[in-house]
Every structure is written in structure tokens, then in C-alpha cells.
Design a protein around this ligand. Structure first.
Ligand code: FBP
Length: 547
């Protein structure tokens, strides 16, 4: 396969690791843990994996002879830069335990386990993918592991390949799967361990122990580079308002991080809009007012960052979507029989009065997007909803009205962008390359220690890599009960933007100034080689959170 000069140079990069992982390790155990909420329900559902202690790995001189281990690995959900480095860290880790250990990759996500589609990941293959973006080494998928039949089918192939440990690299939903599977395999004395790894560009799989999910750093740096370029263009032509939607299915971490990096004129934070109980019209008025204020100073241009998940956080829309989710889950078959042209009226006739009114008031396209198939985890596919277009159309209508009333004297022309896929498979930044390799290596240490139901954890990552702390966090510790597909289910609690957290506070303190003045910052492209202050900086979010 032909390679670019950067790919060749990058292949030789040796990721930095915590010092503790450089030789033999031993586990230190903390106190028993509790789940973040619904303790009695979670304890009852996970009797074998609840309450386990937090683990920290420290170096030891006593290297013990260990038998080879066969390990399976699954990449699950949306791509995130660094997945290949988790696999290479895991590969090197199990080889350091015993060089006869073997690694198998299940193809195209959890479905590969159930359908027995796999390949052995040998040194040659792994070497081809070190420090590269993407999940193409084995592919990814969104199949939800939730039935006994799936777990048993999976077990068949694990037994056949003599695999005694499975590593699931995924986001909150996939790590929920990992936890359920770990419990099932433990309850049935199968001898198979299950370990999770925190992945998602969305940045919403984090807590006291998991500082960040991998991929967030690189993806935000790619988006910030491109937004910076747009801002230069915008400030050069001075004739467009750019409405930029940013991925992040639920939480607004990506939008917030990009805002901190590029200082746009406007950045919406879904969690704030929900907390203030704002309506769609409130959001539109907020944007239109800033457009009008800038127009008064002769600035008919600007940038608006919009988190992908916004629509679900506007309280009235959230109530509508919740009712739609339950309704579509229950009446899936009946709904499938309704002609496309009659679906809107059909939905309106089935919803409660308040929600039917809101649904009826939505533009045709948005209404249709809200009734599309949910993903396998029951989520609305928000990446398909054109919020950037919806908002700019509504802002244009409001400004038209204000013009008639003499409240707006400027010009308004909009451009639309959606940044998501551009960043999900970028070559991992040094931070993600190092973090992911360490996560994979740590997963191998958890396996060698005989643990199951743990998530690999690497902490203290704003310090130089040698001081990072590697260990494991019981996944049950992150769980609570939530309504999914119309039923209460145990799931990992999503980490939303905290309005009293340092990243939001830093943004809040500066946004009025960014709105009226043109205070753009142009971060430029990710640098892989060069001075550490250019190449090795973590996200502003993480830096502020850890200050
Ligand atoms: P994960 O939570 O699986 O990491 O997915 C992240 C994400 O990129 C979201 O930001 C986005 O909404 C979603 O995946 C889109 O997924 P798909 O391409 O499968 O529609």
C-alpha cells in the first residue's frame, strides 16, 4: 500500500507511556466502590462485578513467569483517533506477558463476535497500523450485545479460539455492553474476562477516574483547525455568517472545546439551554440579537458553533423526542406500514396535545428526521438533523421581521457546515497516540491480573507521560438506571458539560467579548513533530478541569 511521507515518519513514532508500565507491574487495590446512582438496583443486576476496588499498577522487581493468553478485541461504535494504538498497546502488552500470547480481532464491531467473524492480529498486521487513525484494522459496528443468545454465540467462538479475555473498545453504550457481558460470563463461570476501554470523540465518557475518552483530543484539534480557517475566511470576506454544527451526539464537550480554542462569536451549549429552560425561539433570538449588535458596528459576519445534540436539550423538544421514542419503539411495525406522505399526520394523531403541536410546527425536513429509525441503542440519529440550517433559517426570518420593525439594519447571509466525519479518523495527535497505547497496555495488565468488568484507566494525563497513572476502574461504578426503548436499563452515566465546571466558566467569562469583537484564534493543523508546547498539549477542557 502506498504511504504518504507523514505516514512513514509516523509509523516509527514510539508512544510515550507511564513509567510504571515499563517493566513488571503489580496491582494495588483501593476500597470497595459503589455505582454513581441507583446502587441497590445495579448491585442486584451485577452481583458478580459490583463493588470491586479501583486498581492502580505500580512497578515491581518481581517479574513472574506467566502462561500465554489468547485475547479477543472489538472496536465498537463511532470511529475515534487512536483505536489502532489501543490495539498495538494491547498486542505489545500481552506479548510482554508471554510472547506466545495471541490477539484476535472481531470484524465490524460486536456483530463479529456473534457471527464468528474474526482474524488473528499478527505483528505484521499490527505494525501496519501503529499511530494511524481509523478503525479499519478490523472495522467497527454498532450492534448492541443484549441477548443471552448473543452472549452464548460469542462464547462458542471464544472457547473455540481458546480466548480467555475480551477487550471492548467503545463509548458509554459499548462499555455498558462490556459490563453486562462481564457479569454474564462471570455468573456462568465461563472463565472469560471482559475489559473495556474509554473511546469516543464526544468526550462524554469521563468521570473522577476516567479523565477523558480517547479521540476527543484529536477530533477537537481537527475541527478547531478548520473552524479557524473558516474564521480567517470570514474575517477576510466579511459577508457571511457561518453556522457550524459539530458532532457530539449528546453532550456539548466538542463545541465547548472548539470554542475555547477558536473564540467564535457564538457557541451554543445544549446543557445551558436545558438548564435555563429555553425554547427554540429563545435560542434563535439570542443568535439574532448578536447578529444585529455586530451589524450595528458594520460587521455582517460571524461564526456560530452548534452542538449536534442541541435539539434534544431544548426542554420542549426533549419531551417531544421522549414521547416519539416510546411511541416508535412500541408501534414500530404499525408505523412501517404507513405511507411516507401520511407519516407526519399519523404521528401528530398519536402524540399528546402539547407534543403534537410542537411536532406540527417543525419544518417538514426536521420533523421527518426526528421520526427516522433510532440507532441500535435507541438514540435519535442527531447527526442527520440539520440544526445548523434550521437555526439559520429561523434567524433569517426573525431578522426580516426586525428589519420591518426598524430593529435590524444589516445584511444576513449564511453558510452551513457540519464537522464530524472529518475528524473521527484523523491520525491521532501525540496525546491520543500516547494515551491510547497506554490504555491498551494497561488492559493487558488487567487481563494478566485476572480481572473482569474493569475499564482500563490512565490518569494524570496533563503531566508528562512518564508520570501518568495506569489502572482499572470497575465499570459498575459508572452505572445508573435510565429509560431506553421505553424500559429502565442499567447504563453508564453520560458525562454532560458541567455548568459549574472550569471549562464552561472560562467560556462564560469571555463569550460576551467574543460575540461583539472579532477575537478569533487560528489554531492551525495538528503538529506531530516539533516543540512540546506545539505538539503535546492536551485539550483546554482537560487542562482547565485539572487545574
Ligand atoms: P460514539 O459515541 O459511538 O463514539 O459515536 C460518536 C459519534 O461520532 C457521534 O458524535 C455521532 O453522533 C455519531 O457517532 C454518528 O454515528 P454514525 O456515523 O454511526 O451515524
Amino acid at each position: 500500500m502506498k504511504k504518504s511521507a507523514l505516514q512513514v515518519a509516523r509509523a516509527a513514532y514510539q508512544p510515550k507511556m507511564p513509567k510504571a508500565l515499563s517493566g513488571a507491574v503489580k496491582a494495588e487495590f483501593g476500597a470497595a466502590t459503589e455505582s454513581v446512582a441507583n446502587q441497590s438496583e445495579i448491585k442486584e443486576l451485577f452481583p458478580n462485578t459490583y463493588g470491586m476496588p479501583i486498581i492502580k499498577f505500580v512497578s515491581t522487581n518481581a517479574k513472574e513467569e506467566a502462561s500465554p493468553i489468547n485475547v479477543g478485541v472489538i472496536l465498537s461504535g463511532g470511529q475515534a483517533p487512536g483505536g489502532h494504538n489501543v490495539i498495538s498497546g494491547l498486542f505489545d502488552g500481552i506479548k510482554s506477558v508471554n510472547d506466545k500470547s495471541r490477539l484476535y480481532g472481531f470484524i465490524l464491531g460486536p456483530g463479529g463476535l456473534v457471527d464468528h467473524k474474526y482474524m488473528e492480529l499478527t505483528a505484521d498486521i499490527v505494525d501496519e497500523y501503529r499511530n494511524t487513525g481509523g478503525f479499519d484494522i478490523i472495522g467497527s459496528g454498532r450492534t448492541k450485545l443484549e441477548t443471552k443468545e448473543q452472549y452464548d454465540k460469542g462464547l462458542e467462538i471464544l472457547k473455540q479460539l481458546n480466548i480467555t479475555a475480551l477487550v471492548i473498545i467503545g463509548g458509554d453504550d459499548s462499555n455498558t455492553n462490556a459490563c453486562v457481558l462481564a457479569e454474564y460470563y462471570a455468573a456462568n463461570n465461563t472463565g472469560v474476562q471482559v475489559i473495556g476501554c474509554p473511546k469516543t470523540i464526544d468526550g462524554d465518557l469521563k468521570n473522577e477516574q476516567i479523565e477523558t475518552s480517547f479521540g476527543f483530543d484529536t477530533a477537537c484539534k481537527v475541527y478547531s483547525e478548520v473552524i479557524g480557517n473558516i474564521q480567517r475566511d470570514c474575517n477576510s470576506a466579511r459577508k457571511y455568517w457561518h453556522f457550524i454544527k459539530l458532532m457530539g451526539r449528546s453532550a456539548s464537550h466538542i463545541a465547548l472545546e472548539c470554542a475555547l480554542q477558536v473564540q467564535p462569536n457564538i457557541c451554543l451549549i445544549s446543557e445551558e439551554i436545558e438548564a435555563k429552560n429555553e425554547s427554540l425561539d429563545d435560542v434563535v433570538t439570542y443568535i439574532a440579537q448578536i447578529v444585529a449588535n455586530r451589524a450595528e458596528k458594520g460587521n455582517n459576519f460571524g461564526t456560530v458553533l452548534i452542538p449536534e445534540g442541541l435539539i434534544e436539550f431544548i426542554p420542549a423538544m426533549k419531551a417531544l423526542i421522549a414521547e416519539l421514542n416510546d411511541f416508535l419503539a412500541k408501534s414500530k411495525d404499525e408505523f412501517a406500514l404507513i405511507k411516507k406522505s401520511a407519516q407526519r399526520e399519523y404521528i401528530i394523531s398519536k402524540l399528546s396535545k402539547a407534543n403534537a403541536e410542537i411536532y406540527a410546527s417543525l419544518p417538514e425536513g426536521v420533523a421527518r428526521q426526528l421520526s427516522l429509525d433510532r440507532d441500535p441503542h435507541g438514540n435519535v440519529q442527531v447527526s442527520l438533523i440539520e440544526t445548523e440550517k434550521l437555526l439559520s433559517d429561523m434567524v433569517a426570518a426573525k431578522l426580516e421581521q426586525w428589519k420591518k420593525e426598524g430593529k435590524f439594519c444589516g445584511k444576513f447571509a449564511a453558510q452551513h457546515h457540519f464537522f464530524g466525519y472529518e475528524g473521527r479518523c484523523a491520525a491521532p495527535s501525540n496525546y491520543d497516540a500516547d494515551y491510547c497505547y497506554s490504555l491498551g497496555f494497561t488492559a493487558s495488565a488487567l487481563i494478566a491480573t485476572g480481572k473482569t468488568g474493569y475499564m482500563s484507566s490512565v490518569r494524570n494525563t496533563t503531566a508528562p507521560a512518564e508520570n501518568w497513572i495506569a489502572g482499572g476502574i470497575p465499570i459498575t461504578m459508572m452505572m445508573n438506571m435510565e429509560r431506553r426503548h421505553g424500559e429502565m436499563k442499567p447504563v453508564i452515566q453520560k458525562a454532560l458539560v458541567k455548568l459549574d465546571g472550569a471549562p464552561f466558566k472560562a467560556f462564560e467569562a469571555q463569550r460576551a467579548e467574543w460575540a461583539i469583537n472579532t477575537a478569533y484564534v487560528y489554531p492551525g493543523p495538528i503538529q506531530y513533530f516539533g516543540p512540546t508546547e506545539v505538539c503535546d498539549q492536551p485539550t483546554k477542557t482537560l487542562t482547565l478541569e485539572r487545574q
